[in-house]
Design a protein around this ligand. Sequence first.
Ligand code: SF4
Length: 372
Amino acid sequence: MLGVYVHLPFCPYLCPYCDFAKWPLRESAARRYLDALYAEIEREPSVPASTVYLGGGTPNAYDAETITQVLMRLESRFFGASEISIELNPELVRAGDFARYRTAGITRVSIGVQSFEPAEIRTLGRKHTIAQIESVVAQARDARLPSLSLDLIFAVPGQTPDSWRRTLRAATELEPDHISCYGLTVEEGTPYAAWRAREPQAFFDDEREAELYAIAIEKLQSAGYEQYEISNFARPGHRCAHNLNYWANGEYVGLGVGAASFRGGVRSVHTRSLERYASASLDGRAIPSEAERLEGRQRAGEAIMLALRTAQGVSLRAFKERYGIDVMADYAPIVARFADTGLLERIGDSVRLTRRGRFLANDVCGAFITFE
Ligand code: SF4
């Protein structure tokens, strides 16, 4: 499998918690960026791809005609993808967009809802309304987009267990095929980091955040969504193949500013400078990037960390065949420690996080990464 990620970094405004490579939308910069992106795509060899993901930023800051053009350029180099996803801001969806997306081959839309509570939407710096979310979901259904996902955020300052339950209920009542739930993380250098420094009590501690996570698992599972990854829930047949490839430590190509690739055992990340990216690409120079070859323990530790995020966990036989490592023997002290504390379990050929382990996934995964 080869996944293709394309970063479209412009947003109508910037959210105060966001640490992505993103810039406020300006028409001239957005047009120049497209030229740079097309130049980068053209330099790629023509190969088959399994999935394409248009992420951001806000991909639909570009109109549907431009998105169609991007996909046509991609198809000339990365052909045959069976899943093509796009992230959408509900405020920016225009009449007829979904029909155009479908004609362009898009199979999956991921809508940045974040919350169904107006006060929380404002706290997150977003401007959409509940009516817009409902309208956008109805439009996607009318256009028969094969798969529809909603993105939600929990541990938002001011959120309560009850308001989170209301958001989950409103989300499931719209019957999306897939729901992602991410706990808010406060990244250094963002306005949220400054807010937390001034007012730490406004933010959730681990225990209160875990309470909201438990509510999400319970509500979504009882509404028929399988938790197939720590933060992702799907109805049967609607898992995100693009992200599954990441967690399987598969190969992917990242195009655009700040985009990451993993090919031939080398992980590389493009510069996060818009100017450096655009000028290098337009001049036909290599995009400034940082690269590292993952080998030995480091490669195996990364692969275990990624696999543990999924419901299936680590397949012992597959790891032996692919990486030549015996997880039970080579990582024996870690497996024993977390099995004894009830965070890891062995089921047949797999080692996976227990339900309790999912709440402490960062600790468990981190131990595999740092194990010497
Ligand atoms: S819309 Fe998304 S990418 Fe843009 S600023 Fe907000 S969180 Fe960041």
